[in-house]
Design a protein around this ligand. Structure first.
Ligand code: GLV
Ligand code: GLV
Length: 330
């Protein structure tokens, strides 16, 4: 008898094909490109053996209870898993699959693009060309900040942070600082210098504050929630550029707005916000020195196809009680 799986969204065909040809499960899905309404999610998971979800789906006790005791596996089409209530999932003995590694390069590329676009003011420049603001070549117009000779600070030198650092070094970065829970052996490849533990109470001495660019690439946990707040921005250089491609909630957005509008820091590039989508009347969107992207770090055709295939394979492994190519150990 086929097991029942529920998909919270349409996913790329690479994933659908694996599920439909495996002969293991019967697939039902929220057949849309838009998020599944909560009540439809609660209905859809009923009796499911497997759930394939996205980072925008909050999977908590209510969803798990709605699914019932059949549920063996949750496969998320993302590397982040802060949307999953892991304590509740663990209680029920459910396995979890996710998609690390396969999106590292795409996400690092996007982060570098966002950093350069923000530091060199590309969106402003494009806008000026279109609206007639380009009156001549001007020595002091649209100047920004360059990477050559700079100091870059990376918060969270994990898979993606490391891939970002590797891509930035050839631009002539002079020093690469990083912080996180622990020093990383792989940091040697980019001459990374380990800062204090980011949650150290010697916060004022946090050495990342000499950075010209600070890139956030850590996962969202209770420890990193709101990490980049007023105190944090107040210690950054006035010429510094802040970039976040991890999770919006690592940043206190009111404090970021204040830092950007007061000139405390030079600019910010965000691929992630709270909430997502960011309302179009959000104060951050009124600032020329804030570049906001709609969470597109992993959005290349090929990466999304590979993510879909991997999440389908994770789901099948969980259903059949066999190896999952990327099982989250938690
Ligand atoms: C993207 O943010 C992901 O977690 O995959
Ligand atoms: C810029 O275009 C220059 O020629 O310096």
């Amino acid at each position: 008898k086929l097991m029942k799986v529920f998909l919270t969204r349409r996913i790329p065909p690479e994933g659908m094909k694996i599920l439909s040809t495996a002969g293991v499960c019967e697939v039902s899905l929220w057949d849309s490109d838009e998020p599944v309404p909560r009540e439809e999610l609660l209905k859809g998971v009923q009796g499911a053996h497997g759930l394939l979800c996205l980072l925008s789906d909050k999977i908590d006790a209510e969803v798990l209870d709605a699914a019932g005791p059949n549920l063996k596996v949750i496969s998320t089409l993302s590397v982040g898993f802060d949307h999953l209530a892991l304590d509740e999932i663990k209680k029920r003995g459910i396995r979890v699959g996710y998609t690390p590694d396969v999106l590292t390069d795409a996400t690092a590329e996007l982060t570098v693009a966002l950093l350069l676009a923000t530091a060199r003011r590309l969106p402003e420049g494009v806008e000026e060309v279109k609206n007639g603001g380009w009156s001549s070549w001007k020595p002091l117009w649209l100047c920004g900040y360059g990477l050559s000779g700079s100091t870059v600070g990376v918060i969270g030198l994990g898979r993606i942070g490391m891939a970002i650092a590797r891509r930035l070094m050839p631009f002539g970065v002079k020093r690469l600082l990083y912080s996180g829970r622990t020093a990383k052996a792989h940091a040697a490849e980019v001459n990374g210098e380990f800062g204090l533990h980011i949650f150290d109470y010697l916060f004022p001495l946090f050495p990342l504050y000499s950075s010209d660019f600070i890139v956030v690439s850590c996962s969202l946990t209770p420890e990193t929630q709101g990490l980049c707040d007023k105190a944090f921005f107040s210690k950054m250089k006035n010429t510094a550029v802040f970039v976040n491609s991890s999770r919006g909630a690592v940043v206190n957005q009111e404090d970021l707005y204040e830092a950007l509008s007061s000139g405390q820091i030079a600019a910010a590039g965000l691929d992630v916000t709270t909430p997502e989508p960011l309302p179009t009347n959000h104060p951050l969107l009124t600032l020329k020195n804030c570049v906001v992207l709609p969470h597109i770090g992993s959005a290349t055709y090929s990466t999304r196809g590979i993510m879909a295939a991997l999440s389908a394979q994770n789901l099948l492994g969980g259903l059949q009680g066999t190896d999952m190519p990327s099982e989250l150990t938690y």
